[in-house]
Design a protein around this ligand. Sequence first.
Ligand code: FAD
Length: 298
Amino acid sequence: MRHTSRRFPIIASGFSGKRVLLAGGLLAATAGGIAAYRFFNNGQPDTAVSRLRFTPILLESSEKLTHDVKRLRFKLDADKRLGFNVSSAVLFRVRHAEGKTEWRPYTPVSAESQKGWFEIIVKRYDKGLVSPAMHALRPGDEVEVWGPLPFLEYCPGSFSEVGLIAGGSGITPCLQLTRSILENPEDPTKVTLLFANKTAGDIILKNELDGLAAKYPDKFAVHYILNSAPDEWQGLAGNVDRTVVERVMPPPAPATFIGVCGPPAMVAAVSGDRPGPITQGKIGGVLKELGYTNVFKF
Ligand SMILES: Cc1cc2nc3c(=O)[nH]c(=O)nc-3n(C[C@H](O)[C@H](O)[C@H](O)COP(=O)(O)OP(=O)(O)OC[C@H]3O[C@@H](n4cnc5c(N)ncnc54)[C@H](O)[C@@H]3O)c2cc1C
């Protein structure tokens, strides 16, 4: 598994002086041009999303999962898949009544290979510019998509254990990675998911997650932890702290990878501050204390 910032090969040159500069400049420009062309012209004949333009797509169905979360399914041509690699997000652009457009990234949770449709899960922020508009979509309504936007390149089998710590709607990249590992019979990686929520009613897709744990008992385990647990709650309670991580996550080892996604306060306490959306920051918090070294903040 690696971050998707690609490095260009260093090209040795026998020339000197201005010619070297000129040749170097031309090579750099050509390499940059090829890399830029490849990045933007990412589409394959069977993919629907492109980085060359925003592509219009229609909502097929919308399902309320909790009081503030919906699952949205978008329609594709029967022979087309969305077109992304794990892990990636896609930009969604909505047009408001006054004509102004806004976009935000969302993480597909359907399989990479799924043709004919794809799904995302959207949490609604009442004062948000995009998530309320996404929740208001009705079947047949149009949005535009751009991408994909890769943030971690997963290579099957690169780790023996993957531990994922998700908070609330931070489940989406964890689910994308989990599905890709479980549904690939060639990938022997074991996945452990720790899913933190405020209340039992906030747990998104519990049935699906429990279904995956039942279907892949040797490859997948899921643990739920609630901030406010009712008396009858059988799972973990409280915050994701050192004791909980030690209890359920795979132990630190060179072949163990830990991914974290959730509210900034949880991410900071578990894995250290994340300075910005495209910077990881240092490993900190509970994971540093316990000695984990392969940590990614989604
Ligand atoms: C790579 C990536 C992938 C993402 N994938 C998903 C996904 O799969 N599903 C999903 O639901 N979201 C996802 N998000 C978040 C999403 O892109 C938007 O940021 C989110 O929907 C809020 O957008 P908005 O326009 O409604 O709110 P904004 O207009 O951006 O914000 C308005 C107000 O909403 C509140 N708010 C917004 N975001 C948060 C937050 N995270 N925590 C607390 N308060 C907040 C704040 O009060 C803020 O002032 C992802 C973000 C990134 C960077």
